[in-house]
Design a protein around this ligand. Structure first.
Ligand code: TRP
Ligand code: ZN
Length: 471
């Protein structure tokens, strides 16, 4: 979705309550006859050419899923509300792995579909879809989802755990358990309604809805009412101790710790309170927090990283202490990565550079280590100066280069433009681009406009030229 409009939300809620909006009826009759053609099978990311699709824009995902830990199987229906952005004869969704589709409809009518390659679900509706028309795709499917284990990108997608499952979707995991336009620049709202055996807990992005238990099965509902990129969607099913609180600014704050994790006494409370403290402090530096609740999940998932899943990051227990630094990193991403999301994965330094810089700011504020000291230490100790920060290559998006040189670029910028302008950048950049998609070019233009300076050669040196920049 590109901006949430009120009329779109009305369409969403009408369609969900069963009042299907007749395709195109609300639109004025287009002047030209339809020229139906297939939507593109990719969204144009050079690193991930098959990810995402063209020809439509998703407004909402309604994921209804039941999970059985004994067989590890899911049984699900995902309903997608979208709008055609061209006259469509057919279109693709991304959908991976061995799940079997039992029914697929477009606007309530059975649609033909095939699966091709690793992730394309090719859908031919019985009628063409006119540009500008809203349409509803509903896919029912079942099976045992398979995680992705990519040599360069690590484990992502649906990961079975000892007592349930955790879904972590950056960058390519979402399609392992729901059909999706898996690209960063088609954000949408989400409802996730998840049924599990009674006794298990489900956590997900956003706000909790009512929980109901019937026939030894409990259904949880979570909704994310702000635009979210699919790579930031998340689910955690298992035995969790949940702590509910509010931040000083009044934001609901839901944290959870997996019961199998060996915790110190009081750790649930500390985790909740540190999360609240970091969100409150980051809001004072980066501007208003972009979502309607916050929190975090400490899970035994075994992927070896923490992830900035929207509104509620997940910390793998391997990421040890879950200390303030790591919280500052993942919660900093809520502004940089989640609310503002790069159009292309080559620009991931706009996430990781700012999130790493959040750690440095946190250390200065709470442990007395000046940012300049963190910069100097990183500058002295960093070994990898060979890549391009703003185009590291598909297999290097999570390299230290992106994190460390990304953060060093920001500190070097601060030294160049001064504290006043720099802290204006830190609040205004996320504010003017809230819920949007951004690029490195946008960032450079933004800073140049704010400062009235030509910073072309500065950014070229730090972001695009391999080699250690002179100070
Ligand atoms: N983006 C995550 C963070 O910095 C880290 C991450 C996600 C990661 N996937 C990864 C790190 C794969 C290494 C490998 O918060
Ligand atoms: Zn990060």
């Amino acid at each position: 979705m590109r901006g949430v409009t009120r009329s779109h939300l009305v369409i969403i809620s009408c369609a969900l309550s069963g009042l299907l909006v007749a395709t195109g009826q609300a639109e004025a009759a287009p002047a030209h006859p339809p020229r139906y053609s297939p939507g593109a099978p990719g969204a144009g990311d050079p690193y991930f050419p098959d990810m995402g699709n063209g020809g439509y824009d998703v407004g909402h995902y309604d994921i209804r899923l039941a999970y059985r830990p004994d067989t590890q199987a899911i049984d699900a229906t995902t309903t997608i509300l979208a709008t055609a952005t061209q006259d469509l004869s057919r279109f693709d969704l991304d959908f991976r792995g061995p799940l079997t589709i039992s029914k697929l409809t477009v606007d309530g009518l059975n649609a033909a579909y095939t699966r091709s390659g690793a992730q394309e679900l090719v859908i031919t509706p019985p009628h063409g879809l006119r540009k500008g028309s809203p349409f509803v795709v509903s896919v029912s499917y079942a099976g045992v989802p398979q995680k992705i284990d990519d040599p360069a990108l690590g484990v992502s997608g649906w990961v079975a755990t000892k007592d349930g499952a955790v879904a972590l979707n950056q960058p390519i995991g979402a399609a392992t358990y729901y059909p999706v336009n898996d690209t960063t620049d088609d954000k949408a709202t989400y409802t996730q309604t998840i049924t599990v055996p009674a006794g298990l807990t489900v956590l997900a992005n956003g706000e909790p809805g009512p929980t109901t238990t019937r026939d030894h099965r409990t259904t949880f509902r979570w909704s994310m009412n702000r635009p979210m990129a699919s790579e930031l969607s998340m689910l955690a099913i298992g035995r969790y101790d949940v702590t509910r609180g509010v931040t000083a600014g009044g934001l609901p704050n839901i944290t959870a710790i997996g019961q199998s994790i060996d915790t110190k006494p009081g750790q649930g409370k500390v985790f909740n309170q540190t999360t609240a403290q970091v969100v409150q402090w980051e809001s004072s530096v980066y501007g208003p927090y972009p979502f309607d609740s916050t929190g975090g999940i400490l899970a035994d998932v075994g992927v070896g990283y923490a992830l900035e899943t929207q509104s509620r990051p997940v910390y793998d227990q391997d990421t040890s202490d879950v200390d303030g630094d790591l919280l500052a990193h993942e919660l900093g991403h809520q502004w940089f990565g989640d609310s503002l999301t790069p159009v292309h994965w080559s620009d991931i330094w706009l996430n990781e550079g700012f999130a790493t810089y959040s750690e440095w700011l946190y250390q200065e504020k709470f442990t007395g280590v000046p940012v300049q000291q963190s910069f100097a230490k990183t500058y002295a100790e960093e070994k990898d100066w060979s890549g391009k920060v703003a185009d590291p290559g598909r297999d290097h998006i999570f390299d230290d280069l992106v994190y460390n040189r990304g953060a060093m670029t920001l500190q070097a910028l601060r030294l160049k433009i001064g504290d006043r302008a720099f802290f204006q950048v830190l609040t205004q950049w996320p504010t003017v681009n809230r819920y949007g998609n951004v690029s490195t070019r946008d960032f450079i233009r933004f800073v140049e406009r704010l400062t009235g300076r030509d910073l072309g050669s500065f950014f070229r040196t730090w972001l695009y030229q391999p080699g250690k920049p002179a100070l």
